[in-house]
Design a protein. Structure first.
Length: 145
């Protein structure tokens, strides 16, 4: 990616961070009304993250631009998550509910865009695994966000 002038920083995907989070029992990783408690505990009292990141109670909003993208790319998404879906073949998604969600999103109606996003990126990842596509090799640790 460096040869294209793109610098990637993904500290939450660092192996040590992931291991630390997974060491906490699943039933202790979250609680209703508390957003990202592991992150808040890990960085409380530090200047590493802005306080608004540690105190926010919601995910980012999905705005008109997001819906416009769904409308524009609905046919591609339907093909991606349709009958040839790798997730579908594994029994992780079913065509009917996914199709209904895509139709609602393409019509600009409220939908669970976070779930839709997760399905799309996972489907793309699974298809790339079949092609043995390698985007980049991680050779160094991320020092800071």
């Amino acid at each position: 990616m460096a040869e294209h002038g793109i610098e990637i920083a993904a500290p939450y995907l660092d192996n040590e961070v992931r291991r630390a989070c997974l060491a906490v029992p699943a039933d202790q990783r979250g609680a209703p009304g508390r957003y990202k408690p592991l992150l808040a505990e890990a960085f409380a009292g530090t200047d590493v993250l802005p306080s608004f990141v540690l105190t926010r109670a919601t995910k980012g909003g999905f705005n008109a631009l997001s819906y416009a993208g769904l409308v524009q790319h609905a046919p591609v998404l339907r093909r991606l998550l349709g009958p040839s879906s790798r997730l579908g073949a594994m029994g992780l998604v079913t065509d009917g509910p996914v199709g209904e969600m895509l139709a609602r999103a393409a019509a600009g109606q409220a939908t669970a865009q976070g779930a839709l996003h997760a399905a799309v990126v996972t489907e793309v990842w699974l298809r790339q695994l079949e092609q043995k596509a390698i985007w980049w090799e991680v050779t160094a640790r991320v020092a800071a966000a």
